[in-house]
Design a protein around this ligand. Structure first.
Ligand code: GDP
Ligand code: IMO
Ligand code: MG
Length: 424
């Protein structure tokens, strides 16, 4: 296998976990390079369902090296909780299997409180974050007041550096009448959690480059989706990291030229969790999927908003990621529809757009220009080859690939590992 990046092409939850799990078989090293415990990646393996937040999905395979690299923001206790959840499932993680970057920024309790405070402050303009402290931690990083795992070994870290930051955070919390962080107990808990993680914390840049020299194959597991990217997403309704393929370079230190395949994952329709514009949202379609028990968030349990496939966004996402291969998941979600709408352009104030606009107010006036394709009205979940798929489904996928200008290499027709059609 080529060194591959797997990234989401929509607003997250495209099914990256399943595709990463599927591709891990042919990889040696699986890397998470951005985001934090806001991610929720579902993998169904050996009849069991796992939801991973910080740990690369490759951990479900015994013999893979998993790396949480410098671009990730890491909440120590959340990682310990995830490790103990996996241990309960019989997956015990050793420091040989999992390496955590000493340059990863730490999410402390005050980041989570500040996340909540910001959302309260925004009122009806709130972002609908996962409240995992992601935005405030990346903001501290950019403001140069954050702390990396390596920083906690400074002599005055626990006695001066951290208390000073907590004091500043408490002032912000007091402004919005939120409970203040109890510095002593927060420091004690964080100290204990980081101590437990100590054997896993290393210089991952050195490890990745050793692996590169040894000819190992890399798989980069993207979190979130392209429209949540801090540069390319629906600003300000997005997350605070570079979720597109370029984020892998700054988020891991692997350097340019190593990645030679970008697999973009999209659903056969569109979903979004949290606030923000969504041109092709459709309440009836949302109700239909929710009634089937589908499309509830893997991290927060929130019902995802659902709508039709948006080719304006998909085209753009394929461009900014440099997608070479598409993995289209959840095709089976459309099985019962006799007519399927697809947005091929937007009309905004009388002007037609084939790529998304930057101006935020434009997003509120989107009229999708729909093309209607014939549905297939057949259960596709048992299909295992391209030829097994009904002709209308093939037409739908071909149209999608043509518009996105990318090759469809995988089609998901169910959540299980084997419910993936590989297209040579
Ligand atoms: P991720 O965040 O991109 O990894 O995606 P999530 O795990 O949050 O959400 C994707 C959901 O779709 C999960 O419940 C998966 O088990 C499920 N899933 C993935 N691919 C398919 C598919 O092809 N068909 C069906 N029915 N479910 C799928
Ligand atoms: P995976 O990796 C879907 C959304 C939140 C919110 C916005 C900002 O499972 O695809 P944040 O907590 O990051 O500050 O929230 O981004 N969001 C996701 N939506 N899937 C995710 O991850 C998400 N991670 C963040 O709902 O709208
Ligand atoms: Mg998810």
């Amino acid at each position: 296998m080529k060194n591959t990046v797997v990234c989401g092409l929509q607003w997250g939850d495209e099914g990256k976990g399943k595709i990463v799990d599927f591709l891990t078989e042919s990889a040696d090293v699986v890397v998470r390079a951005q985001g934090g415990s806001n991610a929720g990646h579902t993998v169904i393996a050996n009849g069991k369902k796992y939801v991973l937040h910080l740990i690369p999905s490759g951990i479900l395979w015994q013999d893979k090296l998993c790396v949480i690299s410098n671009g990730v923001v890491l909440e120590p206790q959340a990682l310990l909780n995830e490790m103990s959840y996996l241990a309960d499932e019989g997956i015990n993680i050793t420091p040989e299997q999992l390496k955590i970057s000493d340059r990863a920024h730490v999410v402390f309790d005050y980041h989570k409180s500040l996340d909540e405070a910001r959302e309260i402050g925004l009122g009806d303009k709130k972002i609908g974050t996962t409240k995992r402290g992601i935005g405030p931690t990346y903001a501290d990083k950019a403001n140069r007041v954050g702390f990396r795992l390596a920083d906690v070994t400074e002599d005055n870290f626990w006695t001066e550096m951290l208390p000073a930051r907590i004091e500043a955070a408490n002032k912000d919390l007091a402004d919005v009448n939120l409970p203040l962080v109890d510095a002593d107990s927060m420091i004690e808990q964080a100290k204990q959690a980081i101590e437990q993680l100590k054997p896993f914390i290393v210089d991952t840049i050195a490890i990745l480059h050793e692996a590169k020299k040894a000819g190992k194959t890399f798989l980069f597991e993207g979190a979130q989706g392209s429209l949540l990217d801090i540069d390319f997403g629906t600003y300000p309704f997005l997350t605070s990291s570079s979720t597109t393929s370029g984020g892998v370079i700054t988020g891991s230190g692997i350097g340019l030229g190593v990645v030679n395949r970008v697999v973009g994952v999209c659903k056969a329709y569109t979903t979004r969790v949290g606030e923000g514009p969504f041109g092709t949202e459709d309440a009836d379609f949302s109700d239909y999927l929710h009634d089937l028990g589908r499309e509830f968030g893997a991290t927060t349990g929130r019902a995802r908003r659902c709508g039709w496939l948006d080719l304006v966004l998909l085209r753009y996402a394929c461009m900014v990621n440099g997608v070479s291969d598409l993995a289209v998941t959840n095709l089976d979600g459309l099985d019962a529809y006799s007519e399927i709408k697809v947005a091929v352009a937007y009309e905004i104030d009388g002007v037609e757009y084939t790529l998304p606009p930057a101006k935020r107010s434009s997003w509120n006036n989107i009229k999708p220009v729909y093309k209607t394709l014939k549905g297939w009205n057949v259960d596709t979940t048992a299909c295992r080859t391209w030829e097994d798929l009904p002709a209308e489904a093939q037409t739908y996928l071909n149209f999608l690939g043509q518009e996105a200008d990318a090759k469809i290499s995988y089609v998901g027709i169910g959540p299980d590992r084997d419910q993936t059609i590989i297209i040579e």
